[in-house]
Design a protein around this ligand. Structure first.
Ligand SMILES: Cc1ncc(COP(=O)(O)O)c(C=O)c1O
Length: 424
C-alpha cells in the first residue's frame, strides 16, 4: 500500500486516470491539482463540462436549490426545477418532441429510449452500428461495438441486437461511395438477419464518440430516417456526447436535417450533475405502461436546477457560436499541422467535437502508438487529452464551449510542440 500513488489508493488498476493528479479545484478550461500544478483540460469530464469548470451562475443555481430541496422523487411530487428545465428543453429540441423522462446517466437514457421503442412498436429487434458506444449497462453494452472490453466476458448479451456498418468516409474503400457502402449493409441486415417488421428501432450516434469522432455523411443520416419510416421502426438518435451545443448547434442531428423519433441526452445537459433525458413526442410516451420506466433518483432537483442554469448560460454567453468559431480555428490549425506531419491521416469533427486520426505516413494503416505519444507529450506539457477509436489511433479534443481565445492559443502552442516530438 505504501508504494501506491495517492490517486490510485483504494482504486482498482483499470481506473487509471489519463492525468496522474488529484484535483483540488477547477475554473473555466483549467484544473488545479493538489500538488500545485495547473492543467489545461481538453477532455472536460468527457464532454460534460461544456460551460467550463465552476461556472458562476451554475454554482449559484446549485447552491440555491440545495438549500431548498435536493431530492423530490418524481412519482411522489414534482419540483420546480424539473418543470422549468422541461420548458427550456422543449425550446431547443425539434418541434413536437415535447415530453421528457429524466434519468441519471447516458446509459440509463439509452436503456429507456430502447424500452420506449419496444413498447411503442411491440417489436423485439434493434439495429445499431459498428463502432457505436451507448454505455456500459447490460443493454447499452450490447448495443455498443467500439471495443471488445465493453462487451467481452459479459456474455450472454441482450439479444435481438444487430450491427450494421456505420458511415466512415475515411475508411470507406476508394472504389465505394461512403453512404451507399454503409446503407447497403443496413439493407443486408434486413435481408439476412432480421425482418423489417421485427425492428423496433435503429439507434445511431450522429457523430460516433468513442468510435473516433466519425462524422457520417448527411445522406447516410437521411437514408436511416427513410429506412426507419419504411419499416415502421423508431429512429433513436443518441445525442449524449454530440448534443448540448458541442457541435455548434443544440443537437448534432440538426447539421443533417434529420428529425429523430426519440433522442437521448446526458453529459453536457447539467454541467457535471448526473442527469439524462429521453426526449420523444407525448403520443409515444402515452403508449407506455405505468411503472414500466422510472427510478428513485431520475431528475434530481439540484441536477435539474443545474440544467436550467446550463441552458441559460449557454444562450446568454453565445456558447454555440463560440463552439463554431473556436472549432473552425482548431480544425484549420490541425489541417495545417497535417501538411507537415503525414502521421495525421484525417482531421474531422464539427464545432468543438474534433479529432485527429493517426496513420502510418502515406497509408491508412492505423498508428495507435503515434496517438498515444501525442497524448503523452501533451500530458507532459500539462494539457489533458483522451484517445478514441476502435483502432486506438484517434485523439479527441473536447475543450469547454466557452473557451476563450487566450486558452485556445495556449493549447495550440502545446499541440505544435507535442507534434514535433510525437509525429517526428
Ligand atoms: C454516445 C454516448 N451514448 C451513451 C453514453 C453513456 O453515457 P454514461 O457514461 O453517462 O452512461 C456515452 C458516454 O460516453 C456516449 O458517448
Amino acid at each position: 500500500m505504501t508504494d501506491t500513488p495517492v490517486h490510485m489508493r483504494h482504486m482498482p488498476d483499470f481506473v487509471t486516470p489519463v492525468a496522474p493528479i488529484v484535483i483540488d479545484h477547477a475554473k473555466g478550461s483549467w484544473v488545479y491539482a493538489t500538488d500545485g500544478t495547473k492543467w489545461l483540460d481538453f477532455v472536460m469530464g468527457i464532454a460534460v463540462m461544456n460551460t467550463g469548470h465552476a461556472h458562476p451562475s451554475i454554482i449559484e443555481a446549485v447552491k440555491a436549490q440545495a438549500a431548498k430541496v435536493s431530492h423530490a422523487q418524481m412519482n411522489i411530487y414534482r419540483h420546480q426545477p424539473m418543470l422549468d428545465l422541461s420548458d427550456k428543453i422543449a425550446e431547443i429540441v425539434p418541434k413536437g418532441m415535447d415530453t421528457f423522462v429524466y434519468t441519471n446517466s447516458g446509459a440509463e437514457s439509452v436503456e429507456n429510449a430502447v424500452k420506449l421503442a419496444k413498447q411503442v412498436t411491440r417489436r423485439p429487434g434493434i439495429i445499431a452500428f459498428h463502432g457505436a458506444f451507448h454505455g456500459r449497462t447490460h443493454l447499452a453494452m450490447a448495443l455498443t461495438d467500439s471495443a471488445v472490453h465493453y462487451r467481452g466476458h459479459h456474455e450472454p448479451l441482450v439479444g435481438g441486437i444487430y450491427h450494421a456498418r456505420y458511415c466512415y468516409p475515411f475508411r470507406t474503400p476508394a472504389s465505394e461511395d461512403p453512404t451507399d457502402y454503409a446503407i447497403e449493409d443496413v439493407r443486408r441486415v434486413l435481408r439476412s438477419e432480421i425482418y423489417g417488421d421485427d425492428v423496433a428501432a435503429i439507434i445511431v450516434e450522429p457523430i460516433q464518440g468513442e468510435g473516433g469522432f466519425i462524422v457520417p455523411t448527411r445522406e447516410f443520416m437521411l437514408e436511416l430516417r427513410a429506412i426507419a419510416d419504411e419499416i415502421g421502426a423508431m429512429l433513436i438518435v443518441d445525442e449524449i456526447q454530440a448534443g448540448m451545443g458541442r457541435t455548434g448547434t443544440w443537437f448534432c442531428s440538426e447539421h443533417f436535417g434529420v428529425k429523430p423519433d426519440i433522442m437521448t441526452i446526458a453529459k453536457g445537459i447539467a454541467s457535471g450533475y448526473p442527469l439524462g433525458v429521453v426526449v420523444a413526442p407525448k403520443d409515444l410516451w402515452d403508449k407506455c405502461l405505468p411503472g414500466s420506466m422510472g427510478g428513485t433518483y431520475g431528475g434530481n432537483a439540484v441536477a435539474c436546477a443545474a440544467g436550467v442554469a446550463t441552458i441559460d448560460a449557454m444562450r446568454h454567453e453565445g456558447m454555440l457560436e463560440n463552439a463554431t468559431r473556436q472549432g473552425a480555428k482548431l480544425k484549420t490549425f490541425f489541417e495545417e499541422l497535417q501538411a507537415t506531419y503525414p502521421s495525421i491521416g484525417e482531421v474531422r469533427g464539427k464545432g468543438l467535437m474534433l479529432a485527429i486520426e493517426c496513420v502510418k505516413p502515406g497509408t491508412k494503416e492505423a498508428d495507435a502508438a503515434k496517438a498515444k505519444a501525442f497524448i503523452a507529450e501533451c500530458s507532459r506539457q500539462k494539457l489533458i487529452l483522451m484517445g478514441a477509436g476502435s483502432l486506438g489511433n484517434c485523439v479527441r479534443f473536447l475543450p469547454p464551449l466557452n473557451i476563450p481565445d487566450a486558452d485556445m492559443d495556449v493549447a495550440m502552442g502545446i499541440f505544435s510542440a507535442a507534434a514535433t516530438v510525437a509525429f517526428a
